[in-house]
Design a protein around this ligand. Structure first.
Ligand SMILES: [Zn+2]
Length: 426
């Protein structure tokens, strides 16, 4: 099994439903996790996963219990957490049950509006980010939402009781600004949403809007105080045992403080992104690299460096005035090819590849791919093939789901161009 598939199989929820806390709580893994609390007055559901898994979630749920759903809580508004509702609604209608209360943070409403405004755009970026699991299906659309009925404002807490159990709900920022998490004091169970996943936090997703590393650390520290026995993460298996939970939360808090504070230190030293990035790679502590709860299965440390920089910095990130009003990269490549031949560039890229310098080889290959005239189709074809080979190799070595998809999509996109090049050649 490759590094990638090893980690991601756990992450996407390829495990059977789990019952815990004396039979009162369940978790269904459906890419995003669905948490279920059974009380003698009905069910509380924490997250609904993605639309594509709606029927599967419903069938699993009804194998566990036939009680009606009284509350649904959205940990945040991402499409893998609150869109798998269709079969649940059908059942409510069929049985004539009351609609459950649906609890969310006020910023989730703004998020849903944004998704409606940017529906096609989000479909496009999500089809890239989730390419390896979305297949040909539309990855997501937020045109059809189940709207909240109880709105948590600002930093307010919220609490309700059902069947003798207390449900404490808190707001914190982390992966999103609309995150809420839940704690059951009588059962000592934490439901964290994506504030905890079986991976290094998804704090610097290359496709997505700003995330909040410092707030993430604070959320972890607030959760530690609850001294939970079970933790239901947003993705991945239930974490059990006080010590394990404390370890997962505290190492995540520590990692978030680290990346945040070290980037800040370098910003204050007047450093630009490239220098900060490469220095940060050098100082990444071994204890984080090897830690079971910080494996780069989904997000990764490199992405987190970008996240912190972007939180505090404008878009001019090189400090080099050349980059202020840049030329097209194709024009730059064509000028390079005027002073040295396409063959020399290609051969040099091949040499770098043979030496294992994959990233440098990609940079040099791009000069050929972007700058060589179409008439030179023979060499262009070779350059494209070498780029595919390098991207596939990098993808194979990659553990982060998001990075894997970017590399693999890139290789597939070039493959689809090869036929065009072959036609020119013939
Ligand atoms: Zn998620």
């Amino acid at each position: 099994m490759s590094n990638f598939s090893d980690g991601i199989n756990k992450f996407v929820g390829n495990f059977p439903p789990k019952t815990f806390a004396g039979g009162t709580c369940h978790m269904i893994g459906a890419f995003g996790n669905v948490g279920i609390v059974e009380t003698n007055e009905g069910l509380v559901i924490f997250d609904l996963a993605m639309r594509q898994y709606g029927n599967r979630i419903f069938n699993s749920l009804r194998q566990l219990t036939d009680k009606p759903i009284k509350y649904i809580i959205y940990s945040h508004g991402h499409f893998d957490h609150c869109f798998g509702f269709s079969a649940i609604l059908e059942e409510i209608e069929k049985k004539g049950w009351d609609m459950p209360q649906i609890i969310a943070h006020e910023l989730l409403l703004r998020r849903f509006q944004k998704y409606k405004l940017l529906d096609e755009y989000h479909n496009w970026i999500n089809s890239m980010q989730f390419a390896s699991i979305a297949g040909k299906n539309r990855a997501t659309s937020a045109q059809n939402t189940l709207e909240p009925t109880i709105i948590i404002r600002g930093n307010d807490n919220y609490q309700f009781k059902l069947g003798g159990l207390t449900f404490e709900i808190y707001h914190d920022m982390g992966e999103t600004d609309d995150s809420i998490w839940m704690f059951l004091p009588e059962k000592k169970v934490l439901f964290t949403g994506d504030l905890m996943i079986s991976s290094y936090p998804n704090v610097g997703n290359p496709y997505k809007v700003q995330r909040y590393p410092k707030h993430w650390a604070i959320a972890m520290e607030r959760m530690i105080e609850k001294n939970a026995d079970y933790l239901v993460p947003g993705h991945g298996p239930v974490i059990e045992g006080k010590d394990n939970i404390k370890e997962a939360l505290s190492i995540t808090a520590e990692a978030m403080h680290f990346v945040h504070d070290e980037v800040i230190r370098r910003l204050n030293q007047g450093k630009w992104f490239e220098q900060i990035y490469h220095e940060m790679l050098e100082i990444y502590p071994e204890k984080f690299k090897k830690h079971a709860y910080l494996r780069p299965v989904y997000g990764c440390y490199q992405f987190a460096i970008h996240a912190v920089y972007r939180l505090y910095h404008g878009w001019y990130n090189t400090g080099n005035p050349t980059d202020l009003f840049p030329s097209k990269s194709e024009e730059i490549a064509r000028e390079f090819l005027k002073i040295n031949s396409v063959e020399n560039y290609y051969n040099h890229a091949q040499k770098l590849f043979n030496e294992g310098e994959l990233q440098l080889a990609l940079h040099i290959l791009d000069v050929v791919i972007k700058g060589a005239p179409k008439e030179n189709s023979g060499l262009l074809l070779k350059a494209h093939k070498l780029k595919i080979k390098i991207l596939k190799q990098k993808a194979k070595e990659e553990t982060s789901f998001i990075a894997f998809n970017i590399l693999n999509n890139g290789a597939n996109e070039i493959k689809s161009k090869l036929d065009e090049l072959k036609k020119i050649q013939n």
